[in-house]
Design a protein around this ligand. Structure first.
Ligand SMILES: Cc1ncc(COP(=O)(O)O)c(C=O)c1O
Length: 426
């Protein structure tokens, strides 16, 4: 069984659709106004979900309601609107806590996204606890946002970065991973799902290996949280980061989950209002969790919108979402794997619904441009994962990434579109 299905079916199922196992794609699609668009005169086929997913009307309505009848700054006033905004912001935090099964609301920190969350860990944990000669383990599959901050830290401190290699299918080599540990290892940073290839990494096993060596683990969950039921207690990760805009929520919002005991020991990343209990020129006392890490006015509307987004996803059920996306992936892979002149990059056994591919003799940007003329949105380029491109010896790929609102007919449109590209370049 695919790991997505195994993980989701193992855990308690949420939502009515999940209970019956079915996902009514046409009904779901009706919730997304943007899917009615025509691009270049053709119905939009949106297959760029790994970059950013679309927003259902329920989330749009929630944002409008907030802006039209609830908006004020939070945590700072006794007037009615401020109290409503504060309560709704904190209610959103509670929704996110339940969505990833974090033990405590204090462990859910709102950030501006995954990148911001990883930088928070780098500044708050890395700069305090990682010193010259210490080692940080990353993997070949990391997005640049889980590489560059650690390189900056390594440059500043003299720490070293060690990298877990992947096999030709795009799976991490677990023996090599285990062999990288030594007494200098201080942190593992690993992506739960590769944005470039779709590989689902065995993070639970990796965390257990790291913990056996007394090493902390940061999981980049940007591509996992939208597609599988994530349980941070089951994973036992120390930190888990993700973004709202890949989760049917707004841009400018994300989450860092961290174990309270670690967060307590960390330095704040940003200083300013709201993250303090008292300030004088002699001494500042930092606020309690999670506010210690939320300096300044946070993205209140975006957090409330993200709360509505996870309500929406829970209503459908992550198990039903994972199942449908797995069917889309299997259907697309079956048609593409034997297509002459086409190479799929990344064939991990456990894969999320991402298909990276190259078309012989055609630059990925030309593939993307021609598909766009058919109304099909795919991403082309290095996907902010240049080490993955280097490993597979390609400068770039085209990437179709699916969401639960994509249909089998859209997979057919993609296949027809690729055939069209091949004809143009024949
Ligand atoms: C695996 C992974 N990590 C991190 C990021 C960065 O996310 P954001 O730009 O929302 O901070 C992305 C975005 O594509 C991603 O796919």
């Amino acid at each position: 069984m695919n790991a997505v299905l195994a993980e989701t079916s193992r855990l308690s199922v949420i939502g009515a659709a999940a209970a019956t196992g079915a996902l009514d794609v046409e009904r779901v699609r009706a919730d997304f106004p943007i899917l009615q668009l025509k691009i270049e005169g053709k119905p939009l086929v949106y297959l760029d979900n790994a970059a950013s997913s679309q927003m259902p009307q329920q989330v749009i309505d929630r944002l409008v309601r907030y802006q039209t009848s609830e908006h004020a700054n939070i945590h700072r006033a006794v007037h009615t609107l401020s109290e409503i905004a504060t309560a709704e912001y904190e209610a959103a935090r509670a929704k996110l806590q339940r969505f990833i099964n974090a033990p405590d609301q204090r462990e859910v920190i709102f950030t501006s996204g995954t990148t911001d969350a990883i930088n928070l860990v780098m500044h708050g944990y890395g700069r305090k606890f990682i010193k010259a000669g210490d080692e940080i383990i990353l993997t070949t599959l990391e997005h640049h946002s889980n590489i560059v901050p650690w390189q900056m830290l390594a440059e500043e401190t003299g720490a070293k970065i060690r990298v877990v290699p992947v096999n030709d299918a795009g799976e991490l080599l677990m023996d090599d991973y285990e062999n990288l540990f030594n007494e200098r290892t201080k942190l593992v940073g690993v992506t739960h799902v590769s944005n470039a290839l779709g590989s689902i990494n065995p993070v639970k096993q990796m965390i257990s290996v790291a913990h056996a060596h007394g090493v902390r683990v940061l999981v980049d969950g940007a591509q996992a949280v939208p597609h599988l039921l994530v349980d941070v207690q089951d994973l036992d990760c120390d930190f888990y980061a993700f973004s709202g805009h890949k989760l049917c929520g707004p841009t400018g919002i994300g989450v860092l989950y961290g174990k309270a005991a670690l967060l307590e020991k960390m330095q704040p990343f940003k200083g300013g209002g709201d993250m303090i209990l008292s300030v004088s020129f002699e001494k500042t006392v930092y606020n309690t969790l999670p506010y210690k890490f939320e300096a300044g006015t946070p993205p209140i509307a975006a957090a409330i919108g993200l709360g509505a987004a996870v309500d929406y996803l829970s209503g459908i059920g992550m198990a039903a979402i994972a199942r449908h996306e797995h069917e889309l992936l299997s259907y697309a892979t079956a048609q593409m794997k034997d297509m002459p002149g086409l190479r799929i990059i990344g064939n991990a056994k456990d894969k999320a619904a991402v298909l990276s591919f190259t078309v012989d003799g055609v630059h990925p940007h030309d593939v993307g441009t021609l598909l766009n003329q058919d109304g099909i949105a795919v991403r082309t380029g290095h996907h902010c994962a240049q080490p993955v491109m280097a490993r597979f010896k390609v400068p770039a790929t085209s990437r179709a990434s699916f969401a639960f609102y994509n249909s089998m007919a859209e997979v057919d449109a993609l296949i027809a579109g690729i055939r069209g590209v091949q004809k143009v370049f024949a």
